[in-house]
Design a protein around this ligand. Structure first.
Ligand code: ARG
Ligand code: ASP
Length: 688
């Protein structure tokens, strides 16, 4: 109590001095005790043990890693789970057919036996996490071994630790993750559930409302959610998919608040952010913002234009390429926001200034000169990094070559049916010509493999090469009579990938080893340089807490965005002529009947999030669920590298819009009842 009071006074002081702590940071839940004072000063009413505890049920027991890269949260004592529509997209798609188009029309189970199984889909719940730095580095002495040697020691020790943790119980999966560039290592032990069923999803015209036009943008009105349920064996432990399984009873599930939010309210995001790079050297930031992003954006702009041309000519092609197009467009748009944000915020210059101050401080310490050494490594690395970027955004995007590769890699066992279902050769061929011309014009000849140069000599132009590759490859259509390893699409894949893996990447190995070593030193140095600052480890798809407040922002001079969007805005955007804005008639009718103008839809807050945080629970000061995180604003996508509290915002689906849709559009009152069921004395799991 006294401590909290002290913290509150301090933060008031800092506020009045204009040095309030920024809202950046993705904190490790087991170490949240270091931040809890700041959180409470900003309005949070619970304690550190409520967020993460090994001994008692805590909020972490209600948060899951959904699939391979999203977050979800448990909202009932029977394992009901919420995540984003774009996170459940492939499951919804896989249950869809022409007769039951759940993507288009939505899906609502009306009872538990209508819930649909999803082979391959897993959710993981964190059991515990633990600092294992000493054990991971056992047998390693800094300064006396090469980076490669260190890597193998780390890998070996981590394997032993992981296997031991997994052997301790049923369904356990463990991983050891590096923090702060390998200055620290943590063990994460999860329970992995393998029977996760689809319960509900709105039509895409709601779940993807606004499509790629509104993606990464505010004002936003996307009903980006889907509902699943975790099933377990009769012993409540993970089990393979089976009719015998029963709904999982979590240690803890989230209580939903329908009180709503307003500007300034405390918010917390609890989830699995995938990857950030907050401690980069100025040269790396320059490379990303001024070289890499523009190159990747240009290559994707070309592919998107070709896709769009064919998609607008044919509804069939549009369906085939909608998921691919969305994923190409997603990063393409993010990089544009990122490059602009880095430039607008002068991040390179700010980093250079910081490095100058750091070096002044570092004189006579083991950190002296580290920033200069990093710059020197980057200048050698740039040529290769660029070649890798070109490879990934051109050569590696040729679809027919990937089909050939998966066929031969599986010894002819791969089922290519799924590939051809979503393939359209004219797009692939035109993209090949487009991106390979760019690759060819930009790749230094001394980096290119003999094989490539020989092809160029033979065909003279990329266009001629494409004629042969796409004309002769047996993979040009499904069910070819014969596949030969001399197939031109396969040869393209084989030779170019071989070059990438066995020539290009190895040439960077010594440099990236050097980088790892220098970054380990540099990050440790930064921590000593600013001992008053708490450093959070970069995101690496491990469970984190971010906190901030509901807040609008100013995206440009003379423009101010409000933090809450409403159903009224959906009706304003509604347009039957435009695919992405054509809402279901039912929603129009509900609105027309009146009384829903102010129905909240999404809101903005200052939480530091990134890819992987999609579906994360957004909690209020009492630890209650107020929404689902699903995106960030475009002007703030640089937050993976530099978080600016003025402009970086996460976008949350208001839980009240979710409840409204489940009831009004899905007519699934039983799910609303399940989610809003109050805790009982027999079942107090949602209470803390
Ligand atoms: N931008 C969000 C994220 O990075 C949502 C992406 C899915 N939506 C889309 N229209 N592509 O994942
Ligand atoms: N939309 C992202 C995701 O899918 C979240 C983000 O990048 O902010 O995880």
């Amino acid at each position: 109590m006294r401590k909290n009071f002290f913290v509150a006074i301090c933060s008031l002081l800092m506020l009045s001095l204009g040095v309030a702590r920024a809202d950046d940071g993705m904190w490790l839940p087991s170490l949240i005790g270091q931040r809890i004072g700041d959180m409470q000063a900003k309005g949070f009413k619970l304690g550190a043990e409520d967020i993460y505890s090994v001994n008692q049920a805590s909020l972490k027991d209600a948060v899951v890693l959904f699939g391979r890269g999203c977050t979800g949260e448990i909202v009932s004592s029977d394992g009901l789970l919420l995540t984003n529509h774009h996170c459940g997209y492939s499951q919804i798609q896989s249950h869809s057919s022409v007769e039951h188009d759940y993507l288009k029309d939505g899906f609502w189970a009306m009872s538990r036996d209508e819930e649909l199984t999803n082979p391959g889909l897993t959710v993981k719940i964190l059991q515990r996490m633990e600092d294992v730095t000493q054990a991971v580095l056992a047998g390693f002495t800094e300064g006396s071994m090469t980076e490669s040697w260190r890597d193998s020691v780390v890998k070996h020790n981590a394997d032993v630790i992981r296997k031991e943790a997994e052997a301790a119980g049923k369904g356990l999966k463990a991983s050891v993750e590096a923090m702060y560039y390998g200055n620290q290592y943590f063990l994460f032990v999860y329970k992995e559930f393998r029977d996760v069923r689809l319960v509900g999803a709105p039509p895409s015209s709601i779940g993807k409302f606004g499509g790629d036009t509104d993606n990464w943008m505010w004002p936003r009105h996307t009903g980006d959610f889907s509902i699943f349920r975790i099933y377990a064996g009769k012993d409540n432990e993970p089990a393979e998919i089976s009719e015998e399984n029963v709904p999982y009873h979590p240690r803890r599930f989230l209580r939903i608040s329908t009180e709503g939010v307003k500007e300034g309210d405390f918010t917390m995001v609890f989830g699995f952010p995938g990857s950030t790079q907050e401690y980069l050297h100025s040269e790396a930031v320059r490379y990303i913002g001024e070289v890499s992003d523009p190159v990747k954006i240009d290559l994707r702009t070309r592919r998107l234009a070709i896709q769009k041309k064919y998609m607008s000519e044919s509804p069939d092609v549009r369906i085939r390429y909608s998921a691919k197009n969305a994923s190409v467009a997603n990063a393409w748009k993010k990089w544009q926001g990122e490059a602009r944000g880095l430039a607008r915020n002068h991040v390179v210059q700010a980093k250079r200034d910081y490095e100058a101050r750091f070096e002044k401080w570092a004189e006579g310490t083991p950190y002296e000169g580290v920033t200069g050494k990093l710059a020197a490594v980057y200048s050698q690395l740039e040529k290769y990094a660029l070649a890798i970027d070109y490879y990934k955004e051109s050569v590696a995007t040729v679809e027919i070559a990937s089909a050939a590769a998966s066929f031969f890699k599986s010894d002819g066992k791969a089922d290519l049916g799924g590939f051809y279902k979503n393939y359209y050769l004219p797009i692939d061929k035109e993209c090949f010509i487009e991106v390979m011309n760019v690759f060819d014009a930009n790749m230094p000849a001394d980096l290119l493999p003999e094989w490539y140069l020989a092809q160029k000599k033979e065909y003279r132009t990329i266009e001629k090469w494409a004629e042969v590759l796409f004309g002769k490859s047996a993979f040009r259509a499904e069910h070819s009579p014969v596949y030969k390893s001399s197939d031109p699409a396969y040869q393209f894949h084989l030779n170019m990938e071989d070059w990438y893996r066995n020539t290009l990447l190895p040439r960077t190995k010594a440099l990236t080893d050097e980088l790892n070593l220098l970054y380990r030193l540099y990050v440790r140095g930064q921590m000593e340089f600013e001992p008053q600052k708490d450093f959070f480890p970069d995101a690496n798809l491990t469970l984190r807490v971010a906190y901030g407040k509901v807040s609008g922002y100013s995206p440009a001079d003379a423009v101010r965005y409000e933090p809450v969007s409403t159903l009224k805005g959906i009706i304003e955007k509604d347009n039957p002529e435009i695919f992405d804005y054509n809402i279901p008639q039912k929603l129009r009718d509900i609105y027309a009947a009146g009384g829903h103008e102010d129905q909240p839809v999404c809101f903005l807050a200052t939480n530091h999030t990134t890819g992987g945080n999609s579906g994360s629970p957004v909690l209020n000061a009492d630890g209650e669920l107020i929404g689902l995180n699903f995106d960030r604003v475009w002007e703030g996508t640089m937050s993976d590298i530099h978080f600016d509290p003025e402009i970086c915002r996460n976008i949350t689906l208001d839980i009240r819009y979710l409840l409204f849709l489940v009831k009004e559009i899905g007519n699934a009152q039983w799910l609303v009842d399940e989610m809003l069921a109050p805790a009982t004395e027999e079942d107090p799991r949602q209470q803390i």
